[in-house]
Every structure is written in C-alpha cells, then in structure tokens.
Design a protein around this ligand. Sequence first.
Ligand code: C2E
Ligand code: CA
Ligand code: CA
Ligand code: CA
Length: 282
Amino acid sequence: SKADGRGKLKVFEPAMLHTRQMRNQLVGELKEAITGSQLVLYYQPIIRLDTREIEGVEALVRWNHPTRGLVMPDEFIPIAEETGMISDLGGWVLRTAVGQLKQWRTDPLTSGHNFSMRINVSAADLQRLEFIEDVREALASAELDPSLLVLELTESAVIHGNDLDRYTLNSLRRLGVGLEIDDFGTGYSSISYLRQLPVDTVKVDRTLLSALGSDPSQPALLAAVLQLIRACGLAAVWEGVESADQAEYLLSIGCTSGQGYYFSRPLPEEQLTEQLKHHKTW
Ligand code: C2E
Ligand code: CA
Ligand code: CA
Ligand code: CA
C-alpha cells in the first residue's frame, strides 16, 4: 500500500483494480460489507464560527474491513456507484445517521445541543423515485422534524441533472429536508444555477480555503465567493478549516459556518458522544 497524501494508506492499489479478478473480489467483499454491518459512520461537527456551538454533523462512511482495516470512502464509493450497490449503501447511511441523531436528541446528556444531520447523497439516488420515500420513512420512524436532515449533493449531480433529478429535488424540498450543494467551487457552478436550484445552503470545497496564506489574491477571492452565495439568497458553510487564522478570517468576512480539522476530525459515534456530553463549544 502507498500513502495517499493525507497520511492514510491506500489499501486498494489502482493497478490492482485493473485485473478483473481483483475487482470482482472487491465487489463481492463490498456487497458483504453492506449486508454484514462492516460499514461504520464517522461524524464531523459543523461549527457556528461566532458562538463556537455545534450546528450540524456530517456523516462520513468508512468500511471496517476484516483484514484490511479502515477503508476510506474515496476507495469504495466509486465502485458502489458503478455497480449499483450505492442505493443499498445510501439507504444504510440514511437510516443509521437519522437514528443516531434521534439518539443524541433524546439522551438528556447530549440533548442540550441543537444540530442537524448532514448526509452525502449520490447522484444515483436522485434517479430513484423510492429515494423520496426512503427519506420520508427514515424521518417518520425516528419522529424527527425533516428540517433536521440536510442532504449534501455534489454540484455535478444537481447541475447536469435531468427532469427526474429536478422532480426528486423538488419533492425532497416539499418534504422539508434541507438541500445543500457540496464541493462548490470545484468546477461546474454557474451563477444562474445557484439561483435556480431548490437548495438552501452551499458548502464551499476545501481547495478554496487551502490556498489562503500562500496566495495573496485568495482572501479577496474568498470574500467574493461568499458575496456571490449570499446574493443568491443562500447560506455558506466553509469546508477544510484547518487553523485558527482561517477560522478568524472566515468570521471577519461574515461567514458563520465552518467545518474542518481545526475544530474536529470526523469521529466515531462514541467519541463524538463524549465530546457532546462534556463540551458546550468547540
Ligand atoms: P466530502 O463530502 O467533500 O467530505 C469532506 C471530506 O473532507 C471528508 O473526507 C473529510 O474527512 C475531509 N475533511 C474534513 N475536514 C477536513 C480538513 O480540515 N482538511 C482536510 N484535508 N480534509 C478534511 P472523507 O471522509 O474521506 O470522504 C471523502 C468523500 O467521500 C466525501 O467528500 C464524499 O464525497 C464521499 N462520501 C463520504 N461518505 C459518503 C456517504 O455516506 N455517501 C456518499 N455517497 N458519499 C460519501
Ligand atoms: Ca459532503
Ligand atoms: Ca469537499
Ligand atoms: Ca465530495
């Protein structure tokens, strides 16, 4: 295995996936993982930059592989998408995340916090009419207000979307769940789309923030991006906040929400529960 730049090990070498046999093995293993409870959700806080309270958590899936250890989503989400397993995987993520939020809101030791659950939705989910029903059912069985669930959708999914995608998005919106454009600034966005899409928030990709400090033109660019989002009537969440300077800069230009290693890495459920019990702010 080799390092992938984030200090994590790649357990599935790209070259390995080129042999059909290895790929078939991986596909079979992933199928087992989805049905055999080898998937696990980590949760990363989203922080209100002025009060430092937690306003959301993003559920991020990992595969706890019996021999390979913790496998990161970039290594298996694409395969799940190509093979159609993503709808089973996405269904599991939805039910698990919503159930977890219910638990945090019910436990008196954690219910003092008020935050939403955010999950990543694949483009393939918007192509399934049942997805709307899945979301409705998950929220109903947990007896949660739909506005407590925010669906993160990548730009490419919503912007290159077809009529069915639009129908799904509008139905989800009528249900009352929050909709957010994810990975904003990585390529597809245009001003007209930001205005037309039925979304409430935009999550700015961490690549925009990572150049802050080294590139003198970056602060002005970030402020302009924020203004653009605001002018479209949307709220912004900034991803990839890794330092106090970045958090302070974002607050100084009027950004109110941030997420990143500076506040917290994605944590297993038990660890975030401990944090919630003992911390009011981050
Ligand atoms: P994403 O939606 O853009 O998620 C943010 C990624 O950035 C996460 O990587 C997170 O751990 C990482 N991150 C958070 N804060 C920082 C920071 O301060 N610095 C840096 N360098 N990175 C940070 P992760 O967990 O490996 O997830 C990768 C991608 O996999 C996600 O990107 C998302 O597109 C996809 N993904 C994760 N979980 C799911 C899921 O349940 N369903 C679907 N369809 N996709 C998922
Ligand atoms: Ca996301
Ligand atoms: Ca991103
Ligand atoms: Ca992404």
